[in-house]
Design a protein around this ligand. Structure first.
Ligand code: FES
Ligand SMILES: [Fe+2]
Length: 372
């Protein structure tokens, strides 16, 4: 984001705060309850929105230099990200060419990755380096490299294909429509803090919806984030991606100052949602990624919550901010998503999305369109 865009967002936030309003959709809309419990819809979503769609999965800073690796589980697909000796990012199916075991777990730095089952060793470019009792195998070592996946790294965000059919073009172009806005954030300079997972008894879309509207701030978060943040949001969409910002209450002070003297950051929280629905939340000390994925059934999801600290920011303060955000998310947001899941299954009534929840309209439309 450049200075003009930041000023424009701050101006719109200030205006919405003054007028006690928020960016709106044209009219109310409804979402069928079955969207959240139908196994056929979930199966189609897994295929079209996850397996066939490039996935933003990590910050570049989680693989900080040559020899870094990060093992991920996406749906039930084991994925391995590495940075080879030359610093090039690579992605593989995390499955040994001997009999399929994961060759690495967690994250770290290594010169080679050794499969824990029988000890086959791989370089970080995926080549098989050695195998115990080599004479027992006739398949050449060169034919035993890890299976590569298409991967790209732009604007500090790692995007990977979850299937060997994924093309390089698809991952390279996945963020094009929002690229210039991500560019100015400079995620490539952010440093990794931690990755956490939550298993949630709610559909993945109910979890994603939590990070797409601020209508709930004054009630659900009245004793936490609503103390410092106002619900008067601005929203923008860029192709299949979106930006949602809501202000610090203190933004009111900007109204008395000339725009030339305004700060060069958005005075509030900015959430970039990258297709197919991964949140990158930026605050003044760092950022967090929230990824909700389908679990085994329509009423289950797995949520990944990653924290990074911003360049030049105090790491300890950034961690405290991330911990606070995680605590609110776990204690206040996730239980209400589980509650909605039970209510939708039991009552089978449509959800009503108000005009004041415009990004829910946008994202549910995109998710539905992907299945048709
Ligand atoms: S499965 Fe990896 S060494 Fe046997
Ligand atoms: Fe919330």
């Amino acid at each position: 984001m450049n200075r003009a865009t930041i000023n424009s967002i701050n101006r719109r936030l200030l205006e919405n705060l003054r007028n006690n309003t928020t960016d709106m959709a044209a009219s109310e809309t409804r979402i069928a309850a079955s969207e959240f419990y139908c196994p056929d819809i979930l199966a189609a979503e897994r295929q079209h929105l996850f397996i066939n769609t490039p996935q933003p999965v990590a910050f570049s800073g989680e693989l900080p230099g040559p020899g870094s690796y990060l093992a991920l589980q996406m749906l039930d697909i084991p994925v391995l990200l590495t940075r080879d000796e030359r610093g090039q990012l690579r992605a593989f199916i995390n499955a040994c060419s001997h009999r399929g075991a994961r060759v690495a777990s967690g994250s770290g730095q290594a010169r080679s990755l050794v499969c824990p089952f029988h000890g086959w060793a791989y370089a970080l470019d995926g080549a098989l380096r050695g195998r115990p009792e080599d004479g027992c195998f006739s398949t050449p070592v060169d034919d035993c490299a890890l299976t590569p996946l298409a991967v790209s790294e732009k604007y500090g965000v790692v995007v990977v294909a979850l299937t060997v059919d994924g093309t390089q073009h698809a991952v390279d172009s996945a963020l094009d429509e929002i690229g210039e806005h991500l560019e100015g954030i400079g995620f490539q300079h952010y440093r990794a803090l931690e990755r956490r997972h939550f298993d949630v008894a709610a559909n993945w879309k109910l979890v994603s919806d939590l990070s797409l509207e601020s209508y709930h701030f004054k009630t659900l978060h009245r004793d936490s984030v609503a103390r410092i943040l106002a619900a008067n949001a601005v929203v923008d969409t860029f192709g299949r991606h979106s930006l949602w910002a809501f202000p610090f209450k203190s933004i009111a002070q900007l109204g008395e100052r000339d725009e030339d003297s305004w700060p060069d950051t958005v005075q509030g929280s900015c959430t970039f949602t990258l297709y197919p629905g991964v949140m990158f939340v930026v605050n003044s000390l760092g950022a967090q990624m929230i990824r909700a994925e389908p679990g085994a059934g329509p009423g289950e999801s797995r949520v990944t919550f990653v924290g990074v600290s911003g360049p030049g920011c105090d790491v300890e303060q950034a961690r405290q901010a991330w911990d606070f955000g995680g605590e609110v998310f776990e204690r206040e947001d996730l239980p209400i998503a589980e509650d909605c899941q039970r209510g939708l299954v039991a009552g089978r009534r449509d959800q009503l999305l108000g005009r004041n929840e415009p990004l829910l309209h946008f994202w549910h439309q995109l998710w539905r369109a992907a299945l048709s």
